[in-house]
Design a protein around this ligand. Structure first.
Ligand SMILES: *Cc1c(COP(=O)(O)O)cnc(C)c1O
Length: 478
């Protein structure tokens, strides 16, 4: 497919704006004028519309395909959340306005959104307070670890280590290292954190345990109370990676179990797709004792019900992201939460889990499922003996399905991690199962053919290492 520049035809125009009354030379001083004409492609409006429509169709997206990408929760996000975020009262607001003299009264609605979102997340998770600043899940983890560090520093604790089980998300150890901690990795046992292994790793240097729940195997930790009790003994804090909260919304509350810090992914769990490289929001909730360290400014409410930003928190870790984080994502999430309500959120997590278990059970004769028990919103399977997960994933693309996550988590060989999400129907899941069985059969009967996939897409199988290391960004790729 040719780029717009390669399609350019001299003199072709799309839109003819009215001729301005004054020329650029009359309006601007000489040093601001360009010396050469801009080198823009010359095209008709239809050329441009077709180009971008074609480009958009070369990709898989939730609006066009079932997208069971485990851990990423590529569910359908209802369009009313986009409409809420696009309201001119939000989009035309300058982020500094709330902090300007007089600005407060023009920003009450936006401040109330932030306030309402914090109240909703507190109620959903049972935490004492939230910051909405972090701009993604991993940014939330970094913020959470900074809060843990601030707490220990304030108490005079000398702590250097954070325990991360091998069933935690890959970003957890990365965030803890960025925040200056050494990582102690512990092995899970039968897919769970093993209290004895944890005990052996615990000493006074441990600042926190960072765990993902449901973990990367899609399983819910069964030893939570024991884990909490053990960490308390050495004044270590408990960090809960709640990026995949869509599995537990309305079923359990992290704060009630005794966790000190949790981050959520508003993208994934509420509304806004994940994985598009677009903006996200990773709010961090904390227990009472970590409240003084939360980033500023915090949205607060006066006795007369007006909202303001409070920067008066001397122990705060400061700013973690500009202004209030990705405000538009928070608005989408809030719209979603308010429209669904408590019962709706509970139904969402119920169906997320039901759908995953349905897939797990109907696929158990097709794939190897190492931890074959009731899962949460996703499960992990291995390609059948002698087959490659990569071939099956690429085969699914030819059959019109985005592939599940593959080769993650690292603790399961040749793994595929499907996450159907709550928004898919039984018909869609059944059709996916059929496609997957077909791809597996092809891998078994004609492995050379399976190795060729995908054959129907604009781009065939890439050498992904070479694609990253020797990038070729020329115009006319076939
Ligand atoms: C997606 C995810 C993250 C990271 O979130 P980003 O928004 O991609 O930074 C962290 N933990 C878990 C369990 C996740 O699924």
């Amino acid at each position: 497919m040719k780029s717009l520049f390669a399609q350019s035809v001299a003199g072709r125009v799309g839109y003819l704006p009215e001729k301005p009354e004054k020329s650029a030379a009359e309006l601007l001083s000489a040093h601001l004028l360009r010396k050469v004409e801009p080198q823009l492609p010359e095209l008709s409006e239809l050329d441009v519309v077709r180009h971008f429509t074609r480009l958009s169709q070369q990709n898989f997206g939730v609006d066009s395909h079932f997208y069971p990408l485990g851990s990423c929760t590529m569910k359908y996000n209802p369009k009313f959340t986009e409409q809420a975020a696009a309201l001119p009262g939000f989009t035309r607001l300058h982020p500094l306005l709330a902090q300007m003299p007089e600005g407060e009264r023009y920003t009450q609605g936006a401040l109330q959104c932030l306030w309402d979102m914090e109240q909703a997340l507190k109620e959903i998770t049972g935490m004492a307070g939230y910051t909405l600043q972090p701009m993604a899940g991993a940014n939330g983890e970094f913020t959470g670890v900074k809060l843990i560090a601030a707490y220990h520093k304030d108490k005079g604790n000398k702590k250097t280590k954070i325990i991360v089980p091998d069933s935690a998300h890959g970003t957890n150890p990365a965030s803890a290292v960025l925040a200056g901690y050494d990582i102690v990795n512990i092995e899970s046992k039968d897919g769970m954190i093993d209290p004895e292994t944890l005990e052996a790793a615990l000493d006074d240097d441990v600042a926190a345990l960072m765990m993902t729940c449901p973990n990367t195997l899609g399983l819910f930790e069964t030893h939570l109370p024991q884990i909490v009790e053990k960490l308390r003994k050495v004044d270590a804090l408990l960090y809960y990676d709640g990026a995949n909260m869509n599995a537990v919304l309305g079923q359990m509350r992290v704060g009630d179990v005794g966790f000190d810090v949790v981050h959520l992914n508003v993208h994934k769990t509420f509304a806004t797709p994940h994985g598009g490289g677009g903006p996200g929001a990773g709010p961090v909730g904390v227990s009472e004792k970590l409240l003084p360290y939360l980033p500023v400014g915090r949205v607060e409410k006066r006795a007369d019900d007006s909202f303001f930003l409070n920067f008066d928190y001397p122990k705060s870790i400061g700013h973690i992201a500009p202004f209030y984080g990705n405000f538009g994502i928070v608005v989408r999430g809030l719209a979603y939460i308010e429209r669904l309500g408590g019962e709706g959120l509970r139904r969402a997590s119920t169906f997320a889990v039901l759908n995953a278990n349905y897939l797990r059970v109907v696929l158990q004769d097709t794939l190897d499922i190492p931890y074959n028990r009731v899962c949460m919103h996703e499960f992990v399977a291995s390609a059948p003996e002698g087959q490659r997960a990569l071939d099956i994933a690429k085969g699914l693309l030819d059959r019109g399905y985005h592939a599940p996550t593959i080769y993650f988590p690292l603790i399961v060989k040749e793994c595929l991690m499907p996450e159907p999400t709550e928004t898919e129907s039984k018909q869609t899941l059944d059709a996916f199962v059929e496609a997957l069985m077909d791809a597996v059969a092809e891998g078994r009967d004609t492995p050379e053919k399976a190795h060729e996939a995908p054959v129907t897409l604009p781009i065939r199988r890439l050498d992904e290492t070479a694609a990253a290391r020797q990038m070729v960004l020329t115009e006319d790729m076939a």
